[in-house]
Design a protein around this ligand. Structure first.
Ligand SMILES: [Cu+2]
Length: 145
C-alpha cells in the first residue's frame, strides 16, 4: 500500500501546521478593549495606594530596566519599610516575566526601587505588586508594550 502510506506521512506535518497556526492566531488576539491602564491604584483590600512608573522614557522589548513603586496610605502618607514583591506575565500567552525583578532599595517618600524588569515580547502584560507587610495587600496593573 505505498500510496496510502505516503498520504499518512504528509498528514502529520500538515496537522502540526494547522495546530501551530491555531496557537499562533490565539497569541495574536488583541487585548481586551476596556483594559485599565492606570498606573496608580488602590490595592485590592484598600490598605494602600500603589503607583508604578518605569524609570525609562519609553518601554521597549529587550532591555533590563528599573521601575519606581510608590506606596502610600489611602490618605497619601508614605509607607516605609514595606515588603514588596513583583510577579506578572502575559495573560494571553500563559507565560510569566522573563526575569525575577526585585525591590532592592527604599528611596524615601514611600518610593521603592524595582530592579531587573524586562519585557521580551510586545503585547499585553500584567504586573502584580504584592505588599507582604506592614499589611498584606496587592494590586494588579496592566501594561501595554
Ligand atoms: Cu508572550
Amino acid at each position: 500500500m505505498p500510496i496510502k502510506r505516503r498520504t499518512m506521512l504528509w498528514a502529520v506535518p500538515a496537522l502540526l501546521l494547522v495546530a501551530g497556526g491555531i496557537a499562533a492566531a490565539s497569541m495574536m488576539q488583541p487585548p481586551p478593549a476596556d483594559l485599565d491602564l492606570s498606573t496608580t491604584k488602590l490595592s485590592d483590600a484598600g490598605n494602600y495606594t500603589i503607583a508604578i512608573a518605569p524609570d525609562v522614557g519609553k518601554l521597549e522589548v529587550g532591555p533590563i530596566h528599573t521601575w519606581t513603586v510608590t506606596l502610600t496610605s489611602p490618605d497619601g502618607a508614605p509607607v516605609e519599610s514595606a515588603e514588596i514583591r513583583i510577579d506578572g506575565g502575559m495573560p494571553q500567552h500563559g507565560h510569566g516575566l522573563p526575569t525575577a525583578p526585585e525591590v532592592t532599595e527604599y528611596l524615601g517618600d514611600g518610593r521603592y526601587l524595582l530592579e531587573g524588569m524586562k519585557f521580551n515580547m510586545s503585547g499585553w502584560w500584567v504586573l502584580n505588586v504584592h505588599v507582604d507587610g506592614p499589611a498584606a495587600d496587592a494590586a494588579t496593573f496592566n501594561v501595554m508594550l
